[in-house]
Write a protein that binds this ligand. Structure first.
Ligand SMILES: CCCCCCCCCC(=O)SCCNC(=O)CCNC(=O)[C@H](O)C(C)(C)COP(=O)(O)OP(=O)(O)OC[C@H]1O[C@@H](n2cnc3c(N)ncnc32)[C@H](O)[C@@H]1OP(=O)(O)O
Length: 206
């Protein structure tokens, strides 16, 4: 089976995969928002299919992913050492996270690919962002835990195309249970908050 974690492949291959992922995101946004004529749109689609055939000549069974201890390594580097989530998977919403003690923060901007209500971020994507931030924060603390519950409160609309600040902190850990909370804010206004329960799965084989 081909390697699926970045620790198993060469540094340059990892860098190339990250560049391709960013290029794919730019392509997805351009495809979603293009206003070219139909013939030009179809020609672009054929060019993309040709590229798909090129890339598919040799595939991994899964998208390339970072090793489990990547966030903990970033955390050890301090708040100025960022962790980039979903650097190799264009489908997911990436975040550049900074860990500080039992807290994490990130700043991002959601573009049209993440639209729900007109001009606003889809609630599923804000849930994705908060689950990522809370889950990766617990992972950065060395906990091998998965989300058991994620309670969300959508307090105000979350706008597209403006900076969003995300915050998270671990509340407590008792036995296998870790509680974490987080929120998204724009311009000082909290738009979504989340409370999550993460259960340690150490020892589980899958
Ligand atoms: C490998 C780690 C990589 C980390 C990546 C970062 C995470 C990214 C965030 C995610 O997207 S994770 C993916 C989404 N989550 C899942 O797929 C989890 C699916 N659910 C499960 O696998 C199991 O249901 C779970 C591990 C959560 C619990 O199953 P167990 O059989 O291990 O739990 P068990 O029934 O023994 O209960 C353990 C404790 O958790 C509590 N618990 C379990 N599920 C609960 C729940 N849903 N609500 C409240 N409490 C819950 C339970 O009461 C108990 O508490 P106590 O220890 O105090 O007795």
């Amino acid at each position: 089976m081909s390697a699926v974690t970045t620790s198993e492949v060469g540094h340059d291959q990892v860098a190339a995969a990250a560049e391709l992922t960013e290029a794919t995101r730019r392509l997805m946004l351009a495809a979603a928002t293009t206003d070219l004529d139909p013939d030009e749109v179809r020609a672009a689609g054929r060019a993309m299919d040709a590229l798909t055939r090129t890339l598919s000549a040799r595939s991994r069974p899964r998208a390339l992913r970072a090793p489990f201890d990547g966030p903990a390594d970033a955390r050890a580097g301090g708040p100025d050492s960022p962790w980039r989530s979903f650097a190799y998977n264009p489908q997911a919403f990436p975040l550049e996270m900074h860990f500080d003690g039992r807290s994490a923060r990130a700043r991002t901007t959601a573009n049209s690919l993440y639209e729900g209500p007109p001009g606003l971020v889809h609630g599923g994507f804000t849930a994705h962002l908060l689950d990522s931030l809370l889950g990766t924060l617990t992972q950065s603390l060395g906990l091998r835990a998965v989300t058991a519950t994620l309670d969300l409160r959508y307090l105000a609309p979350t706008p597209l195309d403006v900076p969003l600040d995300l915050h998270a902190r671990v509340v407590d850990t008792t036995g296998r249970r870790t509680r974490a909370e987080g929120w998204i804010e724009h311009d000082g206004v909290r738009t979504v908050e989340a409370h999550g329960l993460f259960i340690d799965i150490t020892g589980r084989t899958r």
